[in-house]
Design a protein around this ligand. Structure first.
Ligand code: PLP
Length: 392
């Protein structure tokens, strides 16, 4: 396929193959656990990742998805896994060894936080510094001779803080360490970490990449030498592979990702601007707002599309917050994000996560994933719920 195609064209065509046997336009789902092995004396690499032997080594639906992801992210290679957490764990277990030190965003997805706060130090004696990676100088100061991995989340879940990928990549590389970036909150369309020096780009494909709330998956992208190591250890030998059916569903979702991200971003900006002016709102952070603490970085990194994630809080007490959630009609109170429909979750002030968050978050807040609905309908839903709970 031509290299200079526009993003929407790439999303449709990259990885697509025409079926020579039946002429099917869509890739079939290869529901087979094993493949015929040649009997011509060619040596068989039982743990290999470059031929079809067994579904855990490689399968065609994974391959199509990986090719489309690479074309969209500008990556050499990709590995896909059964969930975003499996993709994250594949990076941490492949590149960290006993005695190594890692620097990690302290505002990050809960499993990443737990892995670095508890499991990796206790089980494998890995040293960890959790810090605010939006503060580049703090990252620089935390480097040690044995620092092997810097792992950042940008935008961070749930605060939407933006880290300086170029600067952190330079710090990592000066010390021979790798930089991995979880860019789930942005999708590969609105942030491209690999073009800013990151070595590994990670996404929970459960979110924007699939987008339809019906499959879990995760991916890691980067240079072939890194991705091969990840596949050999984490795919073949730890085994958290993506099933052919989930790969097929996620490939179908990925086709519309550029269109969806444009709509998520347009609607989210309008909703964030509304919330910023609303007298019942205590605070709102959205990377596309000038008031966001790292708005300049968002402009630098996010290509004018700021994705669909907003964090905010309304005034009032806990009962009113509950009533607000209960009064929403279009917007659903549910975990996860990046779906076609708007989803909201509330972190109450007793949540054990809050101590690591910026001060304004510690009284509790909402994480809001804007769907593909019209902005006027979302704003009307928020407004009627704020009136019903008495804050407006
Ligand atoms: N990374 C981020 C930033 C996330 O928000 C999530 C899930 O919410 C994950 C990783 C984990 O993804 P999964 O639920 O697909 O394992």
């Amino acid at each position: 396929m031509g290299k200079n195609l526009h993003t929407t064209t790439t999303a449709v065509h990259a990885g697509s193959r025409k079926d020579d046997v039946f002429g099917a336009i869509n890739e079939p789902i290869y529901l087979t656990s094993n493949y015929r092995i040649p009997t011509d004396g060619t040596p068989v690499d039982w743990s290999g990742i470059h031929s079809n032997i067994y579904q855990r080594n490689r399968n065609p639906n994974q391959m199509v998805l990986q090719e489309k992801l690479c074309a969209l992210a500008g990556a050499d290679d990709a590995a896909v896994f059964a969930s975003g957490v499996a993709a994250l764990a594949s990076v941490f277990t492949t590149f960290l060894n006993t005695g190594d030190h890692a620097i990690v965003s302290e505002v990050c997805y809960s499993a990443t936080n737990l892995l670095f706060r508890e499991y990796l130090p206790k089980k494998y004696n890995i040293e960890v510094t959790l810090l605010d990676t939006t503060d580049t100088e703090a990252v620089r100061k935390a480097m040690r001779p044995n620092t092997k991995l810097l792992h950042i989340e940008t935008p961070g879940n749930p605060t939407t803080g933006i880290s300086d990928i170029d600067a952190i990549a330079e710090i990592a590389h000066q010390n021979g360490a790798l930089l991995s970036v979880d860019a789930t909150f942005a999708s590969p369309i609105t942030i491209r970490p690999l073009t800013h020096g990151a070595d590994l780009e990670i996404h929970s494909m459960t979110k924007y990449i699939n987008g339809h709330g019906d499959a879990l998956g995760g991916c890691v992208m980067g240079k072939t030498e890194f991705i091969d190591q990840i596949k050999e250890l984490a795919m073949v030998n730890y085994g958290g592979i993506l099933s052919p059916f989930a790969a097929w569903l996620i490939t179908r979702g990925l086709i519309t990702l550029p269109l969806r991200m444009a709509q998520h971003s347009k609607v989210a900006l309008a909703v964030a601007e509304y919330l910023e002016k609303c007298p019942a709102v205590r605070f709102v952070w959205y990377p596309g707002l000038k008031s966001h603490p790292q708005h300049d970085r968002a402009v630098q990194y996010m290509h004018g599309m700021y994705s669909g994630m907003i964090s905010f809080d309304i005034k009032g007490d806990e009962k009113q917050h509950e009533k607000f959630l209960d009064s929403l009609h279009l917007i659903t109170h549910a975990v996860s994000l990046g779906d076609v429909e708007s989803l909201i979750v509330y972190y109450d002030k007793n949540s054990d996560k809050l101590p690591h968050y910026p001060a304004i978050y510690r009284e509790g807040f909402f994480r809001f994933s804007i769907g593909l609905e019209d902005e006027n309908d979302i704003i009307a839903d928020l407004e009627q719920a704020m009136k019903t709970c008495g804050v407006l």
